[in-house]
Design a protein around this ligand. Structure first.
Ligand code: AMP
Ligand code: MG
Length: 423
């Protein structure tokens, strides 16, 4: 079948950007999406869309941090085993109960952890610092060191009007607990970007055609699944559009299925080979290209632009290139769209455990394992061969080493590593 070839591409400019320039252009083109409200139990890993003001005091009252006796310092500070202080116990307050009396000299009130501390008391002596006294209803305090201690003050965690959570906060379990404390059964969060993913290539098969993979006639479409996971991990909602064959008409049709999503990621079909149609067809569809190539390896053929308002990331097909370009150029954009204010992974200074060289004017992103040395420094060792088709070189990596162009580095040289996995 002969299809109308995609029309001539736009002039390829701007082109051949540094990774940092490409990242800046991408980030300048994406913005946070709208808001929605989710139940607190679904809010984990979402991003808070509004500052939350406290309308509660926590704790709501001065309360005991220990099981013991609420006492007055003057009565107990000098107490010791040899010279115990004998006090009369006038009341017992459980957590959830309230004292009915004010503490006077020579008195103690039994309190459980969390119970309100009665007026007149300025400390709680732990149970283990006491023993029963000479008469029923009395105690001996054997140790004065708790005098003035073990009281949790009203409002020491939260006061009315405090703003402990800002918009843009990633909700982890501690923030979920805090939101419960703040009385928020429903949480305002930013909407997650819905990201369409389309893989391209005549050589690809999906799970339905595994026999063709086993018999060596097709390559498994791993990119769609790796990208699906990367989108999720970046806080997006991935949608798989399947595999497009290297055919402009079919490609066009399948690309149109991305309409209505917040972003589109394609993989493959970017080289200038006869059957690489992705940029041409996107051009036909009216995409405004912001750049076509990035000075990086793996992953130099990486195009970015806008199809209407939708950002489109055209990734190279090699499995390592797809994962690495997503990491460096797509993930920051999705994080910005989710409302986060930090877009990048942590980096770490590392020392090469082996010599490393790069040729040409591209920044190389080598996959490496990191190991902590006795002196506290981190040693980086490459995960074996670094070919852009060697997916296992990424799965065994803890980090991407950022190696400048035209480098000849000996073992011991220092570099920046982008940390993918902590251990
Ligand atoms: P391309 O960028 O289309 O030239 O693809 C480069 C190489 O990446 C191809 O030779 C394929 O072996 C591989 N490849 C392309 N797309 C995928 C995919 N979705 N999953 C796994 N490998 C792929
Ligand atoms: Mg291809």
């Amino acid at each position: 079948m002969t299809e109308r070839p995609a029309r001539a591409r736009q002039p390829r400019k701007p082109d051949w950007l540094s990774v940092d320039e490409a990242r800046e252009i991408i980030l300048s083109q994406v913005t946070v999406l709208g808001r929605e409200t989710v139940p607190l139990t679904d809010a984990l890993a979402r991003v808070l869309a509004a500052e939350i003001e406290s309308s509660v005091m926590h704790p709501a009252w001065d309360n005991s941090g220990m099981d013991g006796f609420a006492v007055r310092s003057e009565d107990v500070s000098a107490a010791s085993r040899e010279h115990p202080a004998v006090l009369r116990v006038i009341e017992e307050v459980l957590a959830g109960g309230f004292p009915t009396q004010r503490l006077r000299p020579g008195e103690a009130i039994r309190v459980m952890t969390g119970a309100p501390v009665p007026e007149g008391a300025d400390g709680v002596t732990r149970l283990e610092c006491t023993e029963p006294g000479p008469e029923p209803g009395t105690i001996r305090v054997l140790d004065g060191s708790d005098a003035g201690r073990n009281i949790r003050r009203k409002g020491e965690d939260l006061k009315i009007g405090d703003r402990p959570l800002a918009a843009g906060t990633l909700l982890r379990p501690a923030e979920i607990g805090l939101l419960a404390m703040l009385g928020q059964p429903l949480v305002p969060v930013y909407r997650r970007p819905r990201v369409a993913i389309l893989s391209t290539g005549n050589e690809l098969a999906d799970f339905a055609d595994l026999p063709l993979v086993y018999t060596g006639r097709r390559i498994m479409n791993s990119n769609s699944y790796a990208l699906h996971a990367q989108v999720r991990e970046a806080g997006g909602e991935p949608a798989l559009l399947g595999i497009a064959r290297d055919d402009p008409g079919m490609l066009r049709q399948q690309l149109q299925a991305a309409a209505g999503h917040d972003a589109l990621i394609t993989s493959g079909g970017l080289a200038v080979g006869d059957h690489d149609y992705v940029t041409g067809v996107l051009d036909d569809l009216g995409m405004e290209f912001l750049f076509y190539r990035v000075k990086m390896r793996p992953g130099s053929p990486f195009a970015f632009g806008l199809l209407g308002a939708m950002p489109v990331f055209a990734l190279p097909g090699n499995p390592v290139s797809a994962i690495v370009t997503f990491e460096l150029l797509v993930r920051p954009a999705l994080r910005k769209m989710t409302g986060l204010t930090e877009y990048d992974r942590p980096t770490r200074r590392v020392r090469l455990a082996e010599p490393v060289a790069t040729r040409g004017d591209r920044t190389h992103f080598y996959r490496a394992k990191l190991e902590r040395r006795e002196d506290g420094s981190w040693a980086a060792r490459l995960t074996g061969p670094q070919g852009s088709g060697i997916l296992t070189s990424v799965s065994s990596a803890d980090a991407l080493l950022r190696v400048p162009p035209d480098s000849k580095l000996s073992a011991g040289a220092e570099l920046d590593a982008i940390v993918l996995r902590e251990r």
